[in-house]
Design a protein around this ligand. Structure first.
Ligand code: IDP
Length: 148
């Protein structure tokens, strides 16, 4: 007798360690938390983000007061981009990351434990994680154009 097991395809998300995280030497700690949770790193690269990629990445925020300062901040130093794989990883990584504002992020989360509110126009909140399967596909294509 054969078991009828249907396997869900594994989900992928796009994670960024923003320039504040790279600058503060937290990339390793952030990747450690991702791997400790059981997620798999499929691709990782350190790069200087271009204005074109950032305008497309943050297109939904265009026109908001923090948009241009955010793009400028994201170009203030190297960014670590990663494709992370695992079951429900899109939702799961956002749980690991915590709330957008580091002051409000719960202890135990990346932003809650390691982030702080610098009182600037942009929340320097260490990480980005895709918010839906559609965003993940779009963002992975943007940051890793060669990845199948
Ligand atoms: P998320 O990164 O938690 O998904 P989003 O609302 O998608 O949050 O915003 C993208 C990024 O824009 C945030 O991570 C943060 O760096 C910045 N941001 C969002 N809202 C504000 C704001 O009200 N003031 C300043 N910066 C903001």
């Amino acid at each position: 007798m054969t078991e009828n097991v249907t396997e869900e395809p594994t989900e992928r998300t796009l994670v960024l360690v923003k320039p504040d995280g790279v600058r503060r030497g937290l990339s390793g700690e952030i990747l450690r938390r991702i791997e400790a949770k059981g997620y798999v790193l499929r691709a990782v690269q350190l790069l200087d983000a271009t204005t074109d990629v950032l305008h497309r990445h943050y297109a939904e925020h265009e026109g908001k007061p923090f948009f241009e300062p955010l793009v400028e901040f994201m170009m203030s130093g190297p960014v670590l981009a990663a494709v992370v794989e695992g079951e429900d990883v899109i939702k799961g990584f956002r749980s690991l990351a915590g709330a957008t504002n580091p002051t409000e992020a719960a202890p135990g989360t990346i932003r809650g434990d390691l982030g702080r509110d610098w009182g600037l126009k942009v929340q320097q909140n260490l990480v980005h994680g895709s918010d839906s399967p559609e965003s993940a596909a779009r963002e992975i294509g943007l940051w890793f154009p060669g990845l199948a």
